[in-house]
Structure formats: C-alpha cells, structure tokens
Design a protein around this ligand. Structure first.
Ligand code: ATP
Length: 390
C-alpha cells in the first residue's frame, strides 16, 4: 500500500474513463469506486467494454482520458502508465492461464520469487490450504479438473497479496453446476482473505453470487451501479430492467403519484422517478409501461383472474409459466413446482407486487414469435417481446 494511503480511501477509483481502439469508442465516461475489501462487478452483454476496462486497470491498455487510481495513486491517465507489474494487481482469467510445465505448488510459488525460501514455502502451503488443494501440490495442470485449475489460478493470483484482484469471466469454461458452486466458494475465499476484487462477466447469476456491488454496462457506460437487490427491484432504466432478471412490460395508466392501474388490477406504491424522466406531463391519465417480474404474479386457485398456460419451464423447485390473459396480454409467473399445470389449462392468478417499477410508455417493436422467457442473444427488447404492440 502507498505510504500516504488512508485506510478508508477507496482501493480503486475510475474517474471519467475513456478508451478507444482507433475510431471505436469502447469505454465512455466510466466512473466507479471500490471500497477496501469489497467485491465489485462489471456486468454486461458481449462487446460492451468490460474486459477493456479490466485491461486498463491491469495496465495492459493505456487510457484516452480520465484516470485510474489505486490506493490514491494515479496509475493510468493521459501521459501516465504505471507498468502492470508495479500495480500490485492479481489476475484470474477464464482460461486459467496456468504454466503447464509447473506443478500446482510451483505455479502458486511463481509470483513469490522475492520472498525467502521458507517464507515462500509457507505461503504456498497456506494458499493451497485456503483453496483446498493441498493434496494436489505435485500434480500438473493437465491432471486437474477445470474447477481445480481455477482454484490454482485463484491461489496463484492471491499468493502475492495483491492490493486488487481482477477476475475476467473466471467461470465461463466450467459447467453450470460447478460454476455456481465455485463462484460461491471464490467469494468466500476472497472475503476470508480480505482482498478487494473486481469481476467482469456477462452472467448475472455469477455476478449475484460473487459481488457486493454491480455495475450494469452497456456500450461502454455504466447504466446503474448498485447492490443486486436494487438492480432487480429498482432498475434505473429499461436496459437494466431487461438485462437483469426476467419479466415483461405491461401497459398501465397512472391514477395518482401512488397508484397505477394495469389489466390485472391497481398497483399501489410510489411511482418511481424513472417514470417522470422524459415524461414531463406524467400524472393522472399518463400511459406507462409497468415491469412485472415472474415473482410478482402469484398462482392462486381462489382468484377470479384466470390465465391460460401457454408454456412452462420446469426448474426443479419452481416452474416458470408463460400465461395469457383474456385480452391476449402475456405475463410470466414463477410458481412452486408442486403446482403442476398442463399447457392450455386455465389457472387462477393474482398480483403480489412489492416494488412498482414503471417507465414512460414506449412504442412496441414488431412481433417476435418466440415466446421463450430467456431469449439469449441481443438483450434489448427482450422484456417487451412477450407483449408486442400491446
Ligand atoms: P466479451 O464479454 O465478449 O469479452 P466485453 O464486454 O469484454 O465483451 P471488450 O472485449 O472490452 O468487450 O470489447 C469491447 C469492444 O472493443 C468490442 O467491440 C471489441 O471488438 C473491441 N476491441 C476489444 N479489443 C480490441 C482491440 N485490441 N482492437 C480493436 N478493437 C478491440
């Protein structure tokens, strides 16, 4: 740590960062700050600039304008470029990047050459214990599973006690089950070590499992920097609402500052400011789009409101139903899986909305035949796609 660094000073600050490759602007005015010991995440679709930000922090890319500070010291700015090896930053990559000709212990010892022999051996042993690989010390990377290799990569990156750990899509080469388990494990290890870290990923489950705070990125800009709960329940704009979690937009009409009516009933709650942005006349009678998450729609046999099951996706503990109301409006409902209904059946539903999320009404795009709930690929317009033209 810098001699002048204050304990409560953020470990990492990005200040109005711009980066471009030729005429292609990749990072546009990005700012964030990461407190000591916290885990941040940049979450966004492919090509939004996440890895470029990480490479700028690591010192592998110069910045066009703005500044990067590590423990208060400017390490990147126009005319300033502290080399990667002098930044005190550790990196974990998606392809593990282990040295194939070195054993697990030697891979971990690689960054510890400045330590004395005994101290180095002690640190290697401690790191192997932390990631639960002490029994594999003499194995080579090709003798390990993907999950084990990623643990070695984590041990190697954290062994020199970096001031900041950078994780670049560290789980994307692993199968889904292992990914979930390892992301939780990795969070525990990083927290136990008290290391400040920043993860980049396009996978929100990974982001939620690992990070304390997440910046949702689109086209080189952070759309919202927040805790996972707020990203899901209080998305700042349509992009975040669409990218994080599932749901549909349904048309609504504002009744008052605290009430909005949709086909399924009247929702009560503060109409968020987001609705007022770009909608100067917002007030009684104003048309809005209301975000309905699958957990906002509850299955209730006693309800008079009926809906037809159009599609269902079994998820173990829950079933995600796509339902059609009499008007043709489609909504999603996440229901405990013992409520098992057939496609075509009409079931009772009611609303249970904790947070009313509205945006100014928008013209809908053209019809998309795919009624799937998790449409992969370009994410814009995914939420509205269930109810085109409504
Ligand atoms: P992914 O999740 O697919 O890795 P990303 O969000 O990490 O995407 P970046 O890798 O940062 O995105 O790339 C952002 C944009 O910059 C992309 O359009 C990419 O093609 C471009 N880009 C990245 N590196 C270079 C480079 N060295 N030269 C030119 N263009 C580049």
């Amino acid at each position: 740590m810098d001699a002048g660094a204050q304990f409560d000073e953020p470990v990492l600050v990005l200040d109005d960062l711009y980066q471009a490759f030729g005429s292609l602007q990749v990072v546009r005015g990005l700012s964030l700050s990461l407190a000591r010991g916290s885990i941040g995440c940049l979450l966004g679709p492919s090509g939004c600039g996440k890895t470029t930000v990480l490479r700028c922090i690591a010192g592998l890319e110069p910045v066009v304008s703005g500044a990067i500070r590590l423990n208060g010291k400017v390490v990147s700015a126009p005319g300033v470029q502290v080399p990667p090896e002098r930044r005190g930053v550790g990196m974990v990559f998606q392809d593990y990047a282990l040295f194939p000709h070195l054993s697990v212990a030697k891979n971990i010892a690689f960054g510890l050459r400045t330590l004395g022999r005994e101290e180095r051996a002690r640190r290697v042993e401690e790191c192997m214990r932390t990631v639960g690989l002490e029994h594999l010390a003499d194995k080579y990377p090709h003798q390990l599973s993907g999950g084990q290799q990623q643990r070695v990569a984590l041990a190697r990156a954290t062994a020199p006690r970096p001031q900041l750990l950078l994780l670049d899509e560290p789980f994307s080469n692993l199968d889904v089950d292992l990914r979930e388990r390892l992301s939780q494990e990795m969070r525990d290890i990083i927290k136990r070590l008290g290391i400040t870290a920043i993860l980049v990923t396009h996978d929100q489950h990974e982001a939620f499992a690992v990070a304390d705070e997440i910046g949702v990125m689109n086209q080189g800009e952070i759309q919202q920097w927040d805790i996972p709960y707020n990203l899901y329940h209080r998305p700042a704009n349509r992009f975040v609402a669409d990218f994080v979690g599932q749901g549909v937009f349904v048309p609504g009409t504002v009744l008052s500052e605290h009430q909005v009516t949709i086909e399924l009933g009247v929702l009560r709650g503060k109409i968020p400011k987001a609705c007022l942005i770009g909608c100067e006349a917002c007030g009684k009678g104003c048309r809005v789009d209301v975000l309905l998450r699958p957990d906002d729609v509850v299955h209730d046999d006693t309800s008079e409101q009926r809906a037809e099951v159009l599609n269902k996706a079994f998820r173990g503990a829950e079933i995600l139903y796509t339902l059609r109301l009499d008007s043709g409006l489609k909504v999603l409902a996440l229901v405990p899986s013992h409520h098992n209904h057939a496609i075509g059946e009409r079931i009772g539903i009611r609303l249970d909305v904790d947070h009313v999320v509205t945006f100014p009404a928008e013209e809908r795009g053209s019809a998309i035949e795919d009624l799937g709930f998790r449409i992969e690929g370009p994410r814009s317009a995914r939420l509205t796609s269930l109810n085109p033209g409504s």
